[in-house]
Design a protein around this ligand. Structure first.
Ligand code: AMP
Length: 216
């Protein structure tokens, strides 16, 4: 099963992708995570994309298409794309790549959310510096203040692009460059919307309900 999770920044794509990865044994291909790993490793690619990411702008299609092409091979049993495609040329390149490998997309799930809620989610978000578990200043603090629930680590990080100036640019990039992908998949008859304003477990239930129809 090959699926794409689409939705604006903060919609919960990464959170849901991790849950689906466990449930279905799919490989999560999160392009934001891949780029952050490149940066952390100090690679040439990481250095090249650093300023663009922190400003909230999109990395070039060329770079992103090469990056995803190098990972899709390892996911022949099924993948969840989270953060890719983000432009129509990326969506077209993905189709060409899959066709070449005899693979197809089963479903594109759009997680819809209200913009005011997203700003609050992003402004309050922080993650464990060790294991990446995510938290929120008001909605989801660690059970023991300053200690990660999952791994016990005591250091947390906030993304530079969760600052309000960068968040505004990320929303604009979504509206102008990513939202036009939705009709592309709608026309192919593979787009389904789920309500991302529901709580995390309920969103997972909605997605699982959609996917169970494919798996059946
Ligand atoms: P994310 O973690 O998905 O919010 O991605 C963080 C940042 O990585 C984005 O704001 C972009 O700068 C960059 N990025 C991730 N995926 C893509 C993509 N498919 N196309 C262009 N830029 C991307």
């Amino acid at each position: 099963m090959n699926i794409i999770l689409l939705g604006p920044p903060g919609a919960g794509k990464g959170t849901q992708a991790k849950r689906l990865e466990e449930k279905y044994g799919l490989v999560q291909l999160g392009t934001g995570d891949m780029l952050r790993a490149e940066r952390a490793s100090g690679s040439a690619l990481g250095k090249e994309v650093q300023a663009i990411m922190d400003a909230g702008r999109l990395v070039s299609d060329d770079i992103m298409i090469k990056l995803i092409a190098s990972r899709i091979d390892g996911a022949a049993k099924g993948f969840i794309l989270d953060g890719f495609p983000r432009t129509v040329p990326q969506a077209q390149a993905l189709d060409a790549m899959l066709a070449q490998k005899g693979l197809k997309l089963d479903r594109v799930i759009e997680i819809t959310v209200d913009q005011a809620a997203l700003i609050d989610r992003l402004a309050g978000r922080f993650t464990c510096a060790n294991c990446g578990a995510s938290y929120h200043d008001t909605n989801h603090r660690p059970a023991r203040e300053g200690v990660c629930d999952v791994c016990g680590h005591k250091e947390f990080v906030r993304r530079a692009d969760d600052r309000p100036e960068a968040v505004r640019i990320r929303f604009e990039a979504y509206r102008q460059q990513t939202a036009p992908i939705l009709p592309y998949y709608q026309d192919k008859g593979i787009l389904t919307r789920v309500d991302g304003m529901a709580d995390i477990d309920e969103v997972t239930r909605q997605i699982v309900a959609v996917l169970s129809k494919i798996a059946a």
